[in-house]
Ligand binder design. Structure first.
Ligand SMILES: NC(=O)c1ccc[n+]([C@@H]2O[C@H](COP(=O)([O-])OP(=O)(O)OC[C@H]3O[C@@H](n4cnc5c(N)ncnc54)[C@H](O)[C@@H]3O)[C@@H](O)[C@H]2O)c1
Length: 438
């Protein structure tokens, strides 16, 4: 099958490469020429484990092409066009900004004028319920109704394990009122469904759109829940890790997303929970649980600064080493990372912050301009009054902490990812504080 990806970000690029890997012919189109030029040099514009090898392999076997020229991309004659553009939140209202989705749909439809081919437009971007209907209207004003159909196929991959997630999905979700579109998408995903992965197919595109927001809303709720419980454990003298195991082994609850941390971030949970809340409000059916989760997560990040202050004392003039800036490990994505709230608040309270992140130093320099940047953990910790772990990078787990402790002014380690066994790490000479473990 011939497939066109619109947008070569985390989602469009990964899924495009994976479709090529599955044997489809894929062209990836992006309006950002510099991204496409990089890709044409076999360089990745993002950090994602395993993606570079797959990119080179599929270009070599001529399954994968790139272009920043829309007419050239449409000349590829795709059967299916996936819209994978960004849908950033409106800071004031929390609503998803759909400008890029609508503009992509319009431009592609215009490029199809005069063609008799049947094309399926698929929203892979995360969009509020009702977006497919608007996309349908936009396109129908440009090309004949019988030449196209619109579908929703939300994406559930996680950055850092994106290829694995795409190739091994718990389920593929497809929604379209068009039988022809549903059959085409069913064929496209045959390599996955034949391998036993479930396909949830719905005739109401609205259901598919809502599945994505509901899934992220539910997962964000789990994270906010366990973070609140971690703080309660500290007051009650209980252990959050054992508590998470004790509830997570109940199949009705499940073990995933029960690791406490500094507050969820990333390009999806904050944006999708806000958009779900905004959509629900606008439809007169408020999502009060999600509204509370958003508030809880914002407060949790502030509480992490208060926790640091309680341990270190007055932060004025203190030197704090922050280890890990990205919203989670194995990605360079800094969007909505907890570090972006916690570091400025530490600085407001007078701390001098030095940061170290194994991957995101360059991205972070634009988003956190007033911090000292260290090139290694050793450099970050030298002379520090305390170290604060925000991201669960493996490098932190495997460092020589006895040596690192000796470099610090006071060896206080505040681990907001619970990376270490408290007894073992204390034996290495650190005053160790973690989340929800007494
Ligand atoms: N990042 C994730 O982990 C993830 C997971 C699931 C779903 N999503 C959703 O997928 C969508 C894309 O996310 P992302 O992280 O890949 O975004 P991104 O910002 O990394 O990439 C978006 C790309 O779209 C391009 N673009 C914008 N307008 C365009 C247009 N008109 N024509 C062609 N290209 C255009 C941009 O140049 C950019 O390269 C979002 O809706 C997001 O919520 C993201």
């Amino acid at each position: 099958m011939r497939v066109m990806m619109v947008g070569t970000g985390y989602v469009g690029l990964t899924t495009g490469i994976c479709f090529a890997e599955m044997g489809h012919s894929v062209i990836c189109y992006d309006i950002d020429k510099s991204k496409v030029e990089k890709l044409l040099r076999n360089e990745l514009p993002i950090y994602e484990p395993g993606l570079e090898k797959a990119l080179i392999r599929n270009r070599e076997r001529e399954q994968l092409f790139f272009s920043s020229n829309l007419n050239e991309a449409i000349g590829f004659e795709p059967d299916i066009v996936f819209i994978c553009v960004d849908t950033p939140p409106n800071v004031k209202t929390g609503e998803a900004n759909l400008e890029h989705v609508y503009s992509a749909a319009q431009k592609i439809a215009e490029a199809l004028i005069g063609s008799d081919r049947f094309t399926v437009f698929v929203n892979k971007s995360t969009v509020p319920v009702g977006t497919a209907a608007t996309v349908q209207r936009i396109i129908s004003e440009i090309i004949p109704k019988e030449n196209f159909a619109v579908a929703s196929n939300p994406e559930f991959l996680r950055e850092g394990s994106a290829i694995f997630d795409f190739m091994n999905p718990d389920r593929v979700v497809v929604g379209s009122s068009s039988e022809r579109a549903r059959r085409l998408l069913e064929d496209l995903y045959k390599p996955l469904t034949r391998a036993g992965h479930a396909l949830v197919m719905t005739r109401t595109v609205e259901t598919a759109e809502l599945i994505k927001y509901s899934a992220n809303g539910f997962l964000a709720t789990k994270v906010a829940f366990i973070n609140e419980l971690a703080l309660l454990c500290e007051k009650a003298g209980a252990d959050i890790e054992e508590l998470a195991l004790g509830i997570g082994l109940d199949n009705r609850i499940g073990r995933s997303f029960l690791s406490p941390g500094p507050g969820y971030g990333g390009s999806c949970f904050p944006k999708d929970t806000s958009a779900l809340a905004a959509t629900a409000r606008s439809m007169g059916s408020p999502a009060t649980i999600i509204e509370t989760v958003i508030k809880s997560n914002t407060q949790h990040k502030k509480k992490m600064v208060e926790k640091t202050e309680q341990i270190v004392g007055n932060l004025e003039g203190k030197s704090i080493a922050v280890l890990g800036l990205t919203f989670k490990a194995n990605t360079d994505d800094m969007r909505e990372a907890a570090s972006l709230t916690i570091i400025p608040e530490l600085q407001n309270r007078g701390a001098a912050v030095t940061t170290y992140d194994p991957i995101a130093a360059d991205t972070a320099s634009m988003m956190l301009p007033n911090v000292n940047r260290a090139a290694s953990i050793e450099e970050a910790l030298t002379g520090a009054d305390a170290a604060l772990i925000l991201t669960e990078w493996d490098e932190f787990r495997h460092s020589n902490w006895s040596k690192l402790a000796s470099l610090m002014k006071t060896p206080q380690l505040i681990d907001l990812r619970n990376l270490f066994n408290p007894v073992q790490i204390k034996a290495m000479g650190l005053d160790y504080y973690s989340l929800g473990r007494g």
